[in-house]
Write a protein that binds this ligand. Structure first.
Ligand code: BEZ
Length: 215
């Protein structure tokens, strides 16, 4: 069965460009972004993996560790990483799993045979510090992902894990957030000292509360 939100992210141990890694041990207390790409030495993947490397500092600042997967062997990832450095101007700085036997791809349902028979599609799993899956995304091979969007949803996930809030449509870091309808007005006043505005009893908006700092 496909992995669903709230499931424990299946653990695995695999060979990567940074040696043998056990997923849960690698993540430790951090958040994780586990993602697959269809194949090494392909154009869209080259741009995506380069951009993730360029933005690694933004993931670090949020306490998020990156780890990529494809069914190519580790030595292919290593040779391809030279092309990424040459064309994208930044070298890989996170591990890539060489999943030739498809153990990880099958564990996470990253192969969608009706879309791409032999390779992983562009899957994304955001994993929380409790090792639960917080978000899944699936893109086809011919559409590259948007790193700003990945960071945006991580901000929303982290904020809503710290405060009794949700993020409304098109929310960006710094925008107003929605107070949980489970809180009474009195509880909302106590938890959100900047105040709130009530559009409907179930729709109350408050200035974004502070993020907790990540080490
Ligand atoms: C690409 O990254 O451009 C790509 C990879 C696999 C299939 C199609 C496109």
């Amino acid at each position: 069965m496909a992995i669903q939100l709230g499931d424990t992210a299946p653990d695995f141990t695999a060979d990567t460009t940074e040696g043998r890694i056990g997923l849960h041990e690698y993540l430790g207390e951090d958040w994780g972004l586990l993602f697959s790409h269809p194949a090494d030495f392909t154009p869209v993947c080259t741009t995506e993996l380069g951009e993730l490397a360029r933005r690694k500092g933004d993931f670090d600042a949020r306490g998020v560790k990156l780890i990529g997967v494809s069914v190519d062997p580790v030595d292919s990832h290593r040779r391809w990483s030279d092309d990424i450095a040459e064309t994208q101007g930044v070298a890989l700085n996170y591990p890539l799993v060489g999943d030739e036997d498809r153990t990880v791809a099958e564990l996470y349902g990253m192969i969608h045979p009706n879309a791409l028979a032999t390779a992983t599609v562009r899957s994304v799993f955001v994993i929380g510090p409790d090792k639960k899956v917080k978000l899944t995304l699936t893109y086809p091979a011919n559409v590259g992902r948007n790193v700003d969007e990945l960071l945006r949803v991580i901000d929303a996930l982290q904020l809503s894990s710290e405060h009794a809030i949700s993020t409304p449509v098109n929310w960006r870091d710094g925008d107003e957030v929605v107070i949980s309808p489970a809180l009474s007005d009195d509880e909302a006043r106590e938890r959100f000292p900047k105040g709130f505005r009530t559009l409907k009893p179930y729709l109350r908006l408050t200035p974004q509360p502070e993020h907790s700092p990540h080490p």
